[in-house]
Write a protein that binds this ligand. Structure first.
Ligand code: HEM
Length: 254
């Protein structure tokens, strides 16, 4: 009995001694270069994740300006829109940053989904529940958290950027939208933010740690320090983000 094996482009007929078909080795699928490789996609996740964390740090610092007064917050919101004016037209830099942020979100999600699919296909048997508890927790937090954050951001934009679901509407000063949005009577909005920001914190803690591993920084000696850094960055962001909504809902900022 004859079978054909591939060696490069050439093919040669071979006969197995027992007459049985020799196992035909499948040519490994082309990885499609850096973007196609799993490592490439993990690097994309790390780089886009870093861009989003940088945005979150700046966003949190900007939000905290509300503690310096409504004028201070409005000035900051105005400054964002007039960056590099008059060299560039109104809102150009902000629009470029927004496009970069949106691209980061999409690339991050694409890499996450395709990596998860690949891992699912590569696993011949589903994990035994007990063995996979730690892994399963992280996977659930990342997937469920990611979807929750996406839904939150849609609500958040309708609320504080476009004013569609905000009592003050679009034609109001950013500080007024913020104070009206978290008014004590709208405590449930603050509750939504609380849950969403907690999700952001959990997502970040795991994401930052994963990025350290992707970058090859994680080893035995640095394990605790890097885990601690991931926890610290996430905790600072959670506290910093929740301070303004809670201060408004509890009447500290009016
Ligand atoms: C929890 C406390 C937060 C508060 C009080 C807050 C407040 C605001 C405000 C006032 C704006 C409008 C800024 C402006 O029009 O000048 C805004 C925009 C935005 N926020 Fe937040 N934010 C919070 C958390 C978050 C989180 C956790 C995320 C992401 C996960 C996020 C993502 C965004 C995005 C993407 C924009 C639009 C940025 C732009 O297009 O310029 N925010 N936020």
């Amino acid at each position: 009995m004859t079978a054909t094996i591939e060696r490069g482009a050439a093919t040669a007929p071979v006969t197995s001694p027992e007459g049985a078909k020799p196992p035909v080795k499948k040519k490994p699928k082309s990885s499609g270069g850096f973007l196609g490789s799993s490592n490439g996609r993990k690097v994309i996740m790390a780089v886009t994740g870093a861009a989003m964390v940088s945005f979150l740090v700046l966003h949190m610092l900007g939000n905290l300006k509300i503690f310096l007064g409504k004028d201070s917050f409005n000035e900051y919101a105005h400054a964002l829109r007039t960056l590099l004016e008059p060299i560039l037209p109104y809102r150009s830099v902000l629009t470029i940053l927004e496009i970069g942020l949106a691209a980061s979100v999409l690339l991050h999600m694409w890499a996450a989904i395709t990596l998860a699919r690949r891992a699912g296909k590569a696993r011949p048997v589903k994990y035994v529940a007990k063995k996979s508890q730690a892994n399963g927790y992280a996977t659930h937090i990342m997937r469920f958290g990611g979807i929750t954050i996406l839904l939150f951001v849609i609500w958040h934009l309708l609320d504080l950027t476009f004013g569609v679901v905000n009592p003050k509407g679009f034609d109001s000063a950013p500080a007024d939208r913020m104070v009206a949005g978290f008014d004590p009577s709208r405590w449930w909005v603050t509750l939504i933010y609380l849950v969403a920001v907690a999700m952001v914190g959990l997502h970040l803690r795991h994401g930052i740690w994963s990025a350290f591993q992707t970058l090859g920084w994680a080893n035995r000696t640095r394990y605790r320090a890097l885990k601690g850094t991931a926890l610290l960055v996430s905790a600072v962001l959670v506290v910093g983000f929740l301070a303004p909504p809670l201060a408004i809902t509890f009447g500290v900022i009016k």
